[in-house]
Design a protein around this ligand. Structure first.
Ligand code: PLP
Length: 406
């Protein structure tokens, strides 16, 4: 069976060039980057090269890049590190209701330790209003944390405006840019951020490695305790092959950013237009213009998301739901709920996420099987059949449901 991967927001395939760059550091050049002998110095040079590659992708200085174990650690290190180093009275954080759990659950942990957190709401667009962020500020606000691109909807947040507000109020500004780095242009100066989280496996790099950009002069307490690695900002023996992979992935992303965004955006539009032309009662979730070129989040009325993902998987197509599965029950996604989607619309939401390796053939294969999958799932829905009946005074036949789903 031909398999199609449309779940690149979950993780991306490793680029072959990244694998080749990592290979020597898994086999021959296995030194500890802190050792003073030849092996150690080989490893150290590779880490420093990667630091330059990552810095260049986001317009930072190499000394402002700290390697971590991924996006989750970078988010934790930014939020906890800033709050713990802040003055005793600075016990307030402003974030949004649509952040990834790496930020939201860290905020919940902060709340348990007595920090107050304001979760700025977003409207149906899935884009936060900078004026709402400004209204949420208090004299004791230590940090603003707003993600760059939302992982479920792909919506891009107005960071430059929020950055100006943060600067005017002299408040640190962190962004979780895990979904945007390597997909759209990200420049820490233009965005006005003091801290930025990124993760290698979202840009065709390896899993379990990421980075936190920390603007020079930013005061934060390290998350972990140990050695003096990463200029005493993140202890632990460096994951040299992973870091080298992140560096190479950053270099490749920078080289083909504009071309890839344009090509992948055209494929995403082709997928979306193809679906809208062949299936009725489909909604695009979030602002259709202000979003990543890689992401499409659609709700198919009368279709249960998990069932859709399984049915598509049986046909060889990998996509995902906007809904998170927790303790056996399918909870509606907090992002879909935050944009005002009704629980049934949230449960009917599907995320298709494309990447640099997605082809036109992948899209055509998906479009060839998707309408029949939707039709089959809808035919099993009692609500859909009831709706069909209300539109068709005569007895509902197979034809009636077919017509409705076109
Ligand atoms: N932040 C966002 C927006 C994400 O999409 C993800 C991963 O899905 C993370 C953080 C966590 O990154 P990692 O998997 O590297 O820990």
């Amino acid at each position: 069976m031909r398999r199609v991967y449309l779940d690149n927001n979950a993780t991306t395939p490793l680029a072959p060039e990244v694998f080749e760059a990592m290979r020597p550091y898994l086999l021959e050049d296995y030194g500890n980057a802190s050792s003073i002998h030849w092996f150690g110095q080989q490893a150290k040079a590779a880490v420093e090269k990667a630091r330059e590659q990552v810095a260049r992708l986001i317009g930072a200085r190499p000394s402002e890049i700290v390697f971590t174990s991924g996006g989750t650690e970078s988010d934790n290190a930014a939020l906890l590190g800033i709050v713990q180093a802040a003055r005793a009275e600075s016990r307030h954080v402003v974030t949004t209701a649509i952040e990834h759990h790496a930020v939201l659950h860290t905020c919940k942990a902060l709340e348990k330790s007595g920090v107050s957190v304001t979760y700025v709401r977003v409207g149906a667009s899935g884009v936060v209003d900078p004026a709402d962020v400004e209204r949420a500020l208090r004299p004791e606000t230590a940090l603003i944390s707003v993600m760059h691109a939302n992982n479920e909807l792909g919506t891009i947040q107005p960071l430059a405006e929020i950055g100006r507000i943060a600067r005017a109020h002299d408040i640190y500004f962190h962004t979780d840019a895990v979904q945007s780095v390597g997909k759209i242009s990200v420049d820490v100066e233009k965005l006005g951020v003091d801290l930025l989280s990124l993760s290698a496996h979202k840009l065709h790099g390896p899993k379990g490695v990421g980075a936190l950009y920390i603007r020079k002069g930013t005061i934060l307490r390290p998350l972990l305790h140990g050695g003096a690695h990463e200029r005493s900002r993140r202890p632990g023996t460096e994951n040299v092959p992973g870091i080298v992979g992140l560096g190479k992935a950053a270099e490749l992303a920078r080289q083909c950013l504009a071309e890839a965004a344009c090509r992948v955006g055209a494929l995403r539009d082709r997928l979306e237009q193809g679906i809208l032309a062949s299936v009725a009662q489909v909604t695009i979730n979030g602002d259709a213009a202000r979003r990543l070129p890689t992401t499409s989040n659609l709700s198919f009325d009368y279709v249960e998301g998990e069932g859709f993902v399984i049915a598509m998987d049986l046909k060889g197509i990998a996509c995902s739901t906007g809904a998170a599965c927790s303790s056996g029950s399918v909870e509606p996604s907090h992002v879909l709920s935050a944009i005002g989607a009704k629980p049934e619309q949230a449960r009917a939401s599907i995320r298709f996420s494309l990447g640099r390796f997605t082809t036109a053939e992948d899209i055509d294969t998906t479009l060839a099987v998707l309408p029949a999958v939707v039709e089959q799932l809808r035919s099993l829905s009692p609500h859909y059949r009831k709706e069909a009946l209300s539109h068709q005074p005569s007895a509902v036949s197979k034809d009636a449901s077919t017509r409705l789903s076109r």
